[in-house]
Design a protein around this ligand. Structure first.
Ligand code: HEC
Ligand code: HEC
Ligand code: HEC
Ligand code: HEC
Ligand code: HEC
Length: 152
């Protein structure tokens, strides 16, 4: 909890215009887990974004009258992926290599770095990530402070 507070101090609230308003809260209320959609957060560098095919496992039949769901079905019918706009990330010039897997293995909860996504109606960058926030946790947890661990 202490880290949430620490990192939350420098929170920003940038809101991207997403192609479809995807409500995390309504989906988490169905009993889904983060890894059901971001399925490589436990094993790979990237957490991964769900393919529209995954959405269609439910939206073939469920909530088909909703305007947002109609948009989802339209992408699927045209065999196009939904062009989600990224919320978190670093400028390519900073040459950062972030990896989810070691953090998952170290039992750091998604909320520590992404806030209460499960309650969000739209994904927002509620937690700021920069070299300072990475290093302050790495120091406390005795994780690496080696430049080449985090930079290409
Ligand atoms: C496990 C089944 C399931 C999956 C998988 C699923 N949804 Fe849904 N979705 C639902 C249900 C059920 C509702 C209606 C929920 C409600 O109204 O509380 C819903 C509602 C929605 C809505 C309408 C929300 C609103 O407020 O009207 C959108 C948009 C949506 N889903 C998009 C997606 C997208 C995009 C994906 C894939 C990334 C996806 N869903 C995956 C079950 C699912
Ligand atoms: C039903 C599928 C689904 C589930 C379950 C789900 N997400 Fe998502 N997530 C999405 C979709 C679709 C987007 C892109 C839309 C957006 O950014 O609002 C997204 C975006 C995000 C983003 C923003 C990524 C970026 O940088 O653009 C984060 C962070 C995130 N999810 C974390 C979580 C966490 C944490 C959980 C569990 C509490 C979770 N998600 C559960 C589908 C899902
Ligand atoms: C130690 C901090 C940290 C933790 C813990 C963490 N993330 Fe992330 N996440 C980040 C950072 C930083 C980025 C941006 C990385 C980049 O662009 O290189 C990111 C990006 C993402 C993205 C964007 C797309 C992608 O494929 O990476 C999603 C989705 C996401 N995280 C979901 C999750 C979920 C779900 C969990 C929990 C299982 C989680 N994150 C745990 C820091 C974290
Ligand atoms: C809340 C604490 C926390 C935050 C915030 C955090 N990390 Fe970590 N990080 C850890 C822990 C704990 C480990 C695992 C150490 C271990 O396995 O010995 C780790 C491991 C890593 C590794 C793997 C190192 C290796 O030796 O293989 C990388 C790379 C990394 N973090 C990068 C980052 C970056 C970049 C950020 C900022 C965007 C960040 N971390 C933010 C706690 C954190
Ligand atoms: C725990 C992870 C981590 C470690 C260790 C780390 N950095 Fe960083 N560093 C980052 C992140 C994340 C950023 C991107 C910050 C941002 O986008 O605001 C960054 C940004 C930078 C930048 C600015 C690049 C730019 O173009 O904005 C420089 C320079 C830099 N780091 C050098 C170093 C050096 C030198 C070391 C070793 C002494 C080091 N870093 C160790 C995570 C780390």
């Amino acid at each position: 909890m202490r880290y949430i507070w620490l990192i939350g101090l420098c929170a920003t609230a940038a809101l991207a215009e997403q192609p479809i308003l995807f409500p995390h809260n309504k989906h988490m209320a169905l009993g889904l887990e983060c890894l059901d959609c971001h399925s490589t957060a436990d094993t790979r560098a990237a957490a991964g974004m769900p393919s529209v095919r995954k959405c269609m496992l439910c939206h073939e039949k469920l909530a088909t009258d909703r305007p947002g769901v109609k948009q989802v079905r339209d992408y699927a019918a045209r065999k196009l992926e939904i062009p989600w706009i990224r919320v978190y990330g670093f400028s390519p010039s900073a040459l950062v290599k972030f990896r989810h897997a070691p953090h998952y293995r170290a039992n750091i909860d998604c909320t520590t770095c992404h806030g209460e996504v499960a309650k969000a109606t739209v994904a927002e960058a509620t937690v700021t990530h920069n070299m300072g926030t990475c290093l302050s946790c790495h120091r406390q947890k005795k994780a690496t402070e080696d430049c080449v661990a985090c930079h290409y």
